[in-house]
Design a protein around this ligand. Structure first.
Ligand SMILES: Nc1nc2c(ncn2[C@@H]2O[C@H](COP(=O)(O)OP(=O)(O)OP(=O)(O)O)[C@@H](O)[C@H]2O)c(=O)[nH]1
Length: 464
């Protein structure tokens, strides 16, 4: 994740302000140094860093903290606002008919991004189609086709046609039924005239509503030249930053945004079609600073829940009304698995973001995943009656289940204990009205506070 270290190092210096009602110049100096160090390490352009530091310094010393605000929260909110300003607004992408052209160098992640974006649009209820015009890289056609089939979206490409412009033209005709057309183009190792010529020709045939530049997060300041040249040739409306899972950088992309006077549209953070999210400046910076991102989390939870409902014929509303069975717990675990890698999900939970994750031992997530896997194996060895009524499980049943599942008896008791905790937590939510109101549930988990909450989640998920 970009600026991964920023959250934890900043929290360290902000914590020193605890209990103070005013900040001194030295305090601000220290905080600004931390921010500068993190931003420069993440390849953010020096002049951007300097501008940001001076406004933080000025505001922290000159602005009066609103009544009742501690010095720590005051400075934190200034840093937050300034960082949100630094990353800028999200590129406007209306949910309506449109054509999007992807540009970028070889390996930046265009093909992967085209399928990811198509998947994202399809989850918004639109019908996207990917048109693959990359005739330069031999594997591009198969890769795009396979990813689109995994994303369950329309695809057009022609491995026997060597003319990308002709493919683009035919692709638009063949996929005329789609609402969204995403046109993937070829890359080159470096910016070359023939790449620019090709993309200009495609752009004139396709007449896109938006041109997005796809950039590898690790690119650094090389992004500047690329962004300039693509902008001069076709005009860049937004940037997609990919491979955020593999680097602590990403600052180069901010330079590109600055250079083209554009904004960030999407973020890619993995190799599967679901590893994509719309860029939301507030949520992004909240997550960075370890304050969670409720909006993304709510979206993911709702999507995973509705997929689980559909596939498993399960209605979470029943769970909110009646008793919480082991079957419900299993459905909930399946829904959690659908939410994506646990690390990413945890990052979005207020109080679990950045810093706390850094402090967990490296294998903490593996332990949690192993635990969830063993819970599933254990549940497979239970009878329907036991799954519906866990209270009927006594010592002799535990012995039988342990033998059947090849798991320790202790693990089974752990599972029952976890179920009991989740069931108690749920009872609290049942008093809050109808189920499905995720936002309210999340707020409750947040504990109503700004950043530190997080306490309630321990009971809700099989985190241990
Ligand atoms: N870890 C990770 N890998 C990614 C991400 N996006 C793309 N990749 C990988 O990066 C490599 C290059 O991605 P492609 O989508 O093929 O890149 P491209 O820009 O289409 O490349 P050309 O067609 O050659 O121009 C592939 O191995 C992808 O799996 C991401 O967000 N995270």
């Amino acid at each position: 994740m970009v600026l991964d270290n920023l959250g934890s190092s900043l929290r360290g210096s902000l914590d020193k302000l605890s209990g103070k009602s005013r900040v001194s110049e030295d305090d601000v100096e220290e905080i600004v140094k931390e921010i500068q160090r993190s931003l420069l390490q993440a390849d953010v352009d020096v002049s951007l860093v300097m501008d940001l530091s001076s406004s933080i310094k000025e505001r922290a010393l000159e602005e009066e903290p609103p009544g009742g605000t501690t010095a720590r929260d005051h400075v934190l909110s200034i840093v937050y606002e300034e960082l949100v300003g630094l990353v800028g607004e999200s590129t406007e992408i209306p949910l309506e008919n449109q054509t999007i052209l992807l540009a970028g160098l070889q390996g930046s992640g265009k093909t992967t991004t085209s399928a990811k974006m198509a998947w994202w649009f399809s989850k918004k209820g639109l019908r996207p189609a990917v048109i693959q015009t990359d005739t330069f890289r031999p594997g591009a056609y198969d890769q795009a086709k396979e990813m689109c089939s995994r994303a369950e979206v329309d695809f057009y490409g022609d491995p026997d046609n060597e003319d990308p412009v002709d493919i683009a033209r035919k692709g638009l005709e063949e996929t005329a039924d789609a609402d969204i057309h995403i046109v993937d183009t070829a890359g080159r190792h470096a910016l070359e005239d023939d790449l620019i010529d090709e993309i200009e020709e495609i752009e004139s045939v396709v007449d896109p509503d938006r041109n997005l530049l796809v950039l590898d997060a690790a690119i650094g300041q090389g992004a500047k030249d690329q962004a300039q040249q693509f902008d001069e040739s076709i005009g860049i409306d937004g940037v997609v930053i990919t491979k955020l899972d593999g680097t602590a950088k990403g600052g180069g992309a901010l330079t590109a945004v600055n250079e083209t006077d554009s904004s960030i549209a999407f973020l890619g953070s993995g190799e599967t079609v679901q590893d994509v999210e719309r860029f939301e400046p507030n949520g992004f910076i909240s997550r960075l600073l370890g304050m969670g991102d409720l909006k993304q989390l709510t979206e993911r939870v709702e999507r995973a829940m509705s997929e689980t409902e559909e596939e498993e014929d399960w209605d979470p509303e029943d769970m909110m009304k009646g008793s919480f069975t082991l079957n419900d717990m299993r459905h909930q675990m399946n829904a959690m698995n659908k939410m994506g890698p646990l690390e990413q999900v945890m990052d979005m939970i207020p109080g679990f973001g950045g810093g706390i994750m850094d402090e967990l031992p490296d294998d903490a997530m593996d332990v949690t995943k192993d635990r969830m896997r063993s819970f599933e194996i254990i549940m497979d060895s239970m009878t329907d009656k036991e799954l519906e009524n866990p209270r009927s499980i006594g010592a002799s049943q535990i012995r039988r289940i342990a033998r059947g599942s090849g798991q320790d008896e202790e693990r089974i008791r752990e599972l029952l204990q976890q179920h009991k905790m989740m069931s108690q937590t749920l009872k609290q939510f049942q008093g809050m009205g109808q189920g499905g109101d995720m936002e309210r549930m999340m707020k409750k988990m947040q504990g109503g506070g700004g950043g530190g909450g997080g306490g309630g989640m321990g009971g809700m998920g099989p985190f241990g």
